[in-house]
Design a protein around this ligand. Structure first.
Ligand code: PLP
Length: 377
């Protein structure tokens, strides 16, 4: 919670919901990553929050960018970052888009299978590729398992094909799952990575880079380890598995870069009781839900801190739901959320830690409601 955001909300009342992002927090986060991992280049995962002001600041600070589409690549180029600071990190790309990225100067691409290597060899000849390996996402609150990456035993074949087709077999990547609260979870993937480096070296191919992905958490309701703890655990694992031949490394923080920089102000539309049974929780309906930015409440995975003007008074369990006419638009029900009994219709609530994965998940015009408005201060 930053004073600047509270000040903004106090002095500029307006109809909500709205997300206010404090750009100074993004700067602090970038500098903390740079300090905790001084030998690692930062590629900001643009999907977390592609606000122009955020991209502009990070470009100025020297960040590189992990982009998933031509749209994201263009947003990054538009703030003045050059193409040599862009990684096309999505393993699932149309060949036309690979060609478009190549035309714009992008030379670094993610792959996780042989067919994707063939596309890149045709559409982006001579480029660097890194192969994403599967990671089970254990310990992560928003795991990214299965969809991306190949089994580690396949990776040498994928990279060998890249080498044979005239690409640069540059390295490996993995993602330990988003909101990864255990800094030791990089260890196993780094052990697999080192084994793949050795196997390819025996075949005459020298890999040079390990992309450590994202996963760095934001504080929601529970405390999280500091970024230095991640830097230290990762450095220890690199030494353990690569010895004195530590490769070039990059990280791709999304949530950890912007999550704590934003607060959503929302309004209570309705507080209702659905039965006379006193053990039944109240239903609290907000003017924001799963379809206007809070998609990460799917399966109640991410539990956002919610502040009200009644904090400190007696609390009771609530089901919290969004404003749309879709019955899946319920944020917390399986585990009811404690809110003050004195919460009333018309009260504003502050939803903290919402700088990442909110605007990008907001629909436009579902039930005629506009997408989530964002103000960067
Ligand atoms: C989403 C994504 C990230 C960012 O992950 P966070 O957990 O938000 O840090 C990084 N790399 C890739 C390839 C991604 O898809």
């Amino acid at each position: 919670m930053t004073e600047r955001i509270l000040d903004y909300l106090r002095t500029r009342p307006s109809d909500g919901p709205r997300l206010v992002v404090d750009i100074d927090v993004v700067r602090d986060n970038y500098l903390a990553f740079a300090k905790a991992m001084p030998d690692t280049r930062v590629f900001y995962a643009v999907k977390a929050n592609p606000a122009h002001e955020i991209l502009e600041l990070l470009a100025k600070l020297g960040s590189c960018f992990d982009c998933a589409s031509i749209g994201e690549i263009e947003m990054v180029l538009a703030v003045g970052a050059t193409a040599d600071r862009i990684s096309f990190g999505n393993t699932i790309k149309k060949e036309r888009d690979i060609a478009r990225a190549y035309e714009r100067g992008v030379r670094l691409f993610a792959v996780d299978c042989e067919s994707e290597v063939e596309k890149i060899a045709r559409a982006a000849p001579g480029s660097k590729v890194f192969c994403r390996i599967l990671c089970d996402g254990a310990g992560a609150e928003w795991p990214l398992s299965r969809k991306f990456g190949c089994q580690p035993e396949i990776a040498p074949r994928v990279l060998e094909l890249a080498h044979r087709l005239g690409l640069v077999a540059h390295g490996l990547s993995f993602h330990v799952g988003s909101q990864q609260t255990n800094p030791k979870m990089w260890d196993e993937a780094l052990a697999s990575s080192a084994a793949i480096f050795r196997e390819l070296a025996e075949r005459g191919i020298q890999l040079s880079m390990v992309n450590l992905g994202g996963g760095f958490p934001t504080r929601y309701l529970r405390d999280i380890p500091k970024v230095q703890a991640y830097g230290q655990a990762i450095f220890d694992s690199l030494c353990k598995h690569f010895g004195n031949r530590i490769p070039e490394t990059i990280i791709e923080p999304g949530r950890g870069m912007v999550g704590n920089a934003g607060i959503i102000e929302s309004e209570v539309i309705l507080v209702s009781k659905k039965s006379d049974d006193p053990s039944e929780p109240r239903w609290v309906y907000l003017d924001i839900g799963k379809f206007h930015g809070l998609a990460e409440t799917i399966d109640e995975a991410i539990r956002y801190p919610i502040r009200t003007r009644h904090d400190g008074s007696e609390m009771g369990p609530c089901v919290i739901a969004g404003p749309t006419c879709d019955s899946v638009d319920v944020l917390y029900e399986k585990t009811p959320y404690l809110l003050p009994f004195s919460l009333e219709i018309g009260d504003k609530v502050l939803i903290e830690g919402t700088g990442a994965y909110t605007t990008t998940y907001s629909t436009e015009c579902f039930n005629g409601m506009p997408g989530l408005r964002q103000i960067v201060i």
